[in-house]
Ligand binder design. Sequence first.
Ligand SMILES: [Zn+2]
Length: 87
Amino acid sequence: MKRDKSLIIWAGIVTMLVVISCGHKHASNRTSAAPEIAYFCPMDSMINEAKSGHCTVCGMNLIKNPNYTGEELIEVVITSTGDTLVN
Ligand SMILES: [Zn+2]
């Protein structure tokens, strides 16, 4: 019976370690995203945008994806006075 108890404890420790290491691996803080994603929210994995801005979920500034292989989307605004603003 004593052996059974220690087995259960070990199983618990192993489970805890797996959960801890797994949680670390899949931390919500993203530093990169898929190559087709230009900007992403580091906190919300479902927020992926083609241009910079704010996350619609948490309001954080979107981060430029270092893995992005596509073309930079540049927003050009021509004002009524004829000035060209490049964001
Ligand atoms: Zn967010």
